[in-house]
Design a protein around this ligand. Sequence first.
Ligand SMILES: C[S@@+](CC[C@H](N)C(=O)[O-])C[C@H]1O[C@@H](n2cnc3c(N)ncnc32)[C@H](O)[C@@H]1O
Length: 300
Amino acid sequence: MTNKTASNPPIAPEDDGFAVRDSGQWVVEKLDYIQRYINMFTTAMADKPWRNIRYIDLFAGPGKCKLRNNGQIVLGSPLLAITTKRPFTDYFFVDISDENLEALKARTNSLPQFDHVNFRHGDANEIVHQLVAEFQKRDASYITGRWKSLNLAVLDPEGLELKWSTVESLAKVKKMDLIIHYSQFGLTRNMERCFHEDETTVVDRFFGGKAWKTVYAQKRAKGASNARIHRDLIDLYKSNLADLGYVDVVEQNPDSEPLIRHTSKNAPLYRLLFASKNKLGNKFWDEVTKRDVYGQRRLL
Ligand SMILES: C[S@@+](CC[C@H](N)C(=O)[O-])C[C@H]1O[C@@H](n2cnc3c(N)ncnc32)[C@H](O)[C@@H]1O
């Protein structure tokens, strides 16, 4: 590991010697959606009297990704959020890897926003409960003339590490928008094995129970394609989100859940699901997902 220098600014999309995340080319597409949503969200909310506009990245990574195919460095979600033109008032970065968090600290410690960054090392599915308790406590105190808090959580694990109990916990905060990585690849790989298990499996934890098995069995019995199976499973996930108060989520156009594919094999990897309890959040996401990073427009 090398030290950062003035000629090698830690926040630029270039190698600074700290840890990077080895990534496929497709992360560029995911990061473009996240970045454009963050920009739209923070710009629209900046002049409103919110006391706290929080950004929560529960699977934050080191802050930079290195593309496997060409060695290019791109900024990951936490650095996109912290360098956005109209910054959030508070940042919460969680990662299970100490090395990743240290890299993120090193990259952000010279920024004016650094004093507003909270780093938490450990399992996001446990740490989330502490964070939510802190947010609720702060939001309970009332200050005249200020609105309480607005929150955006990016939940972008590698595979199926995100537990439904984490989403449930976040949803206790009144204004908590969510961008959720739905690992189509991870589920496809694990569902058949988990279907036959009586014990609680990683797929059960992702969906928050065993209801997914009924959907899976029905679709499988009809010889449905993986795409059809996932359509119904996403609808199940979205109806669970609706039960948490994310009312508009079931109305969303399925194409507003971008499908990120393996760049060369074209195989489906994951979808980005969006959930907000507010119509404006859904409108922004709809706008952002109308086109992808390559300029392709969504079919309406
Ligand atoms: C896909 S990466 C995140 C990439 C990031 N969103 C970006 O744009 O650069 C997933 C991260 O989750 C972390 N991780 C995996 N399991 C975790 C867990 N249970 N709790 C917290 N972090 C976890 C990994 O160390 C990895 O850094």
